[in-house]
Design a binder for this molecule. Structure first.
Ligand code: TMP
Length: 219
């Protein structure tokens, strides 16, 4: 069966900085790409304009509502140029972050009203929502240690978000977990303190529990 006879599938991957989503996401993308045409993308970014906005968002100080609006501006471009066309072709889109991140970081972390974010969500996305979301979760001590270790290994500096306080990340994590509680059918919380093999097993189990996604069992 080719992709055009299947419905598009929109998968998002979330978690606070240092939650350890990258390795597991690369594995998942590889598994799914063996079955279906898959587009792997990210936010903020995913388009040339989105990448320019990402530079500003990650490195430039700005008013918190400006930040929220720019996240959605980048998202609109991402939907128009990448996500919607791929879904219309019946492909699988896997995005490293999407709107749950805005609710968690700008809403929880920065304190922008959830209702304002929900208004932008309706405007920018219309009916579009992820079909399935993996939320990688770890205690903040673990997340902070991973970020510092990565910065040391790459001799890189931390971006604007990575430099945020423990309290900011606590609010961000809480907001993510709250959203997962409110949407248990869509969102699966993955305990990413576990070794990679166990993380993979959790992801497999989450997919098996959602036959409506119509993904064949992954290895
Ligand atoms: P990344 O490092 O996982 O690529 O994500 C970039 C940063 O952008 C990360 O710290 C989370 C932040 N972010 C938001 O604050 N709001 C959003 O809506 C998105 C998509 C990302």
């Amino acid at each position: 069966m080719n992709d055009s006879s299947k419905q598009g599938l929109f998968i998002t991957v979330e978690g606070v900085d240092g939650a350890g989503k990258s390795t597991a996401m690369a594995w998942l993308a590889e598994q799914i790409a063996a079955q279906r045409t898959t587009v792997l993308t990210r936010e903020p970014g995913g388009t040339p304009l989105g990448d320019r906005l990402r530079e500003l968002l990650l490195h430039e100080a700005m008013d918190l509502e400006t930040e929220t609006l720019l996240m959605f501006a980048a998202r609109r471009e991402h939907i128009a140029q990448v996500i919607a066309p791929a879904l219309a072709r019946g492909e699988v889109v896997i995005s490293d972050r999407f709107t749950d991140a805005t609710f968690a970081y700008q809403g929880g972390g920065r304190g922008v009203g959830f209702e304002k974010i929900a208004q932008l969500e309706r405007w920018v996305q219309g009916e579009l929502q992820p079909d399935f979301t993996l939320l990688f979760d770890v205690p903040l001590e673990v997340a902070r240690a991973r970020i510092c270790q990565r910065a040391e290994q790459t001799q890189g500096s931390l971006d604007k978000f990575e430099q945020e306080s423990f309290a900011f990340f606590q609010r961000t994590r809480d907001a993510y977990l709250q959203r997962a509680e409110q949407a248990p059918q869509r969102m699966a919380v993955i305990d990413s303190t576990r070794p990679l093999d166990e993380v993979k097993a959790q992801i497999r189990a989450a997919l098996v529990a959602r036959p409506q996604l119509q993904l064949a069992t992954i290895e």
